[in-house]
Design a protein around this ligand. Structure first.
Ligand SMILES: Nc1ncnc2c1ncn2[C@@H]1O[C@H](COP(=O)(O)OP(=O)(O)OP(=O)(O)O)[C@@H](O)[C@H]1O
Ligand SMILES: [Mg+2]
Length: 344
């Protein structure tokens, strides 16, 4: 499969601090392969038809990156929200914010300044209201982390295209959603357990596209693009991470992010991605071993996991000195002994 970087113009996200608005242009280092192109095109088609899209998938499968990439294609300013247990509806739509005071100068006694209370309370828009009013693109990352009650306000926004504001604000209790308003959601289904189930009514309004770990070629392209390593070097790192993922011997799945971390340090520190370089081996162990929690009683398991990781390294990042294979074997043996004895 041919991987290429998006031909989009230079990546730049500018932030309008006053309105918490992002002006997003496609990232230069966004990797387009068959799979990312396909899913982005499907998402765009649904969005253009007016439907909200939901990228659902495990950690590190590229949901947020894809959401921002698709939002950039829509070409409208972006409002980014990240789901939060503490969110209330007013965090989404805004709230009454104290009273507005009017200064009145008494014309007869000039030294007297009077303050009269304005009859109206001041209303401060929050991000969802701004997006609905202005026709921006809402990216609501990890929306299932917010409590369902806080997200309820989205139901009429997505279906009737009406934002219902609290009736305190009697004059404008409804805001008609701007025709260009679009919404992109992301969530991790593994997080629903013990947090909040996706509200059925809300998810029924979303076109859900499931993401899984990308194919090997896409992961290699992403890791190379994000680290600056060559495709060949990135492939070694990706193969180690993917085989570790396939082993199932962890508490937290090693994602593309682990591959990017290893590859970035390797590139920045000028390490050789092979078992010849003890520092490279150490970086791989540091990043991958933490995917399983060990306590002092689980020494044997720890040693077993280290052996497995070292053999993955030997397999995918073999010594680059084939002419001196005997020396290599010796150094591999030493590495084994060294790292194994570390954990004992
Ligand atoms: N198409 C892509 N092009 C370039 N980099 C990518 C691409 N997809 C993902 N990445 C990179 O992979 C890493 C993980 O992606 P991302 O943060 O989007 O995943 P996620 O599914 O949102 O993860 P989480 O659930 O942990 O939030 C990031 O460093 C991101 O920059
Ligand atoms: Mg994310």
């Amino acid at each position: 499969m041919q991987a290429r970087n998006s031909m989009a113009p230079a990546s730049r996200t500018t932030i309008d601090q006053n309105r918490a608005v992002l002006h997003v242009r496609p990232r230069e280092d966004f990797v387009e392969t068959e799979i990312t192109r396909d899913i982005a095109q499907r998402a765009l088609a649904y969005l253009q038809a007016g439907f909200p899209v939901h990228f659902r998938g495990p950690a590190g499968t590229g949901k947020t990156t894809l959401a921002m990439h698709v939002a950039a294609q829509l070409g409208r300013p972006v409002i980014l929200l990240v789901g939060d247990e503490e969110f209330t509806t007013s965090d989404l739509i805004g709230e009454q914010s104290g009273y507005r005071y009017r200064k009145v100068v008494d014309r007869f006694i000039h030294s007297v300044l009077k303050y009269e209370e304005d009859a109206e309370q001041r209303w401060v828009d929050n991000r969802l209201t701004t997006a609905c009013r202005e026709g921006f693109t809402l990216v609501y990352d990890e929306f299932t982390r917010s409590r369902p009650e806080a997200n309820n306000v989205l139901l009429t926004v997505l279906e009737e295209r009406l934002l219902v504001l609290p009736d305190l604000r009697r004059e404008n209790a409804y805001l008609k959603v701007h025709p260009e308003f679009r919404a992109i959601f992301t969530s991790n289904p593994q997080e629903y357990v013990g947090v909040h189930e996706t509200q059925d009514a809300l998810s029924d309004r979303l076109v859900t596209l499931d993401l899984d770990y990308y194919d090997r070629d896409t992961e290699v392209s992403v890791v190379a693009s994000r680290s600056g390593l060559s495709l060949e070097a990135a492939a070694r790192v990706v193969d180690i991470v993917r085989d570790f993922r396939a082993s199932g011997e962890y508490d937290q799945a090693p994602t593309m992010r682990s591959g990017i971390m290893i590859a970035k340090v390797t590139a920045q520190q000028g390490l050789t991605p092979s078992v010849d370089d003890a520092r490279f081996v150490r970086v791989c162990l540091d990043i991958l071993e933490s995917k399983k929690v060990f306590n002092s009683r689980a020494r044997e398991q720890h040693t077993h996991q280290r052996k497995m990781l070292l053999s993955l390294l030997e397999h995918h990042a073999p010594s680059q000195q084939p002419a001196r294979s005997r020396a290599r074997k010796e150094s591999q043996h030493e590495a084994h002994t060294k790292y194994n004895s570390d954990s004992e």
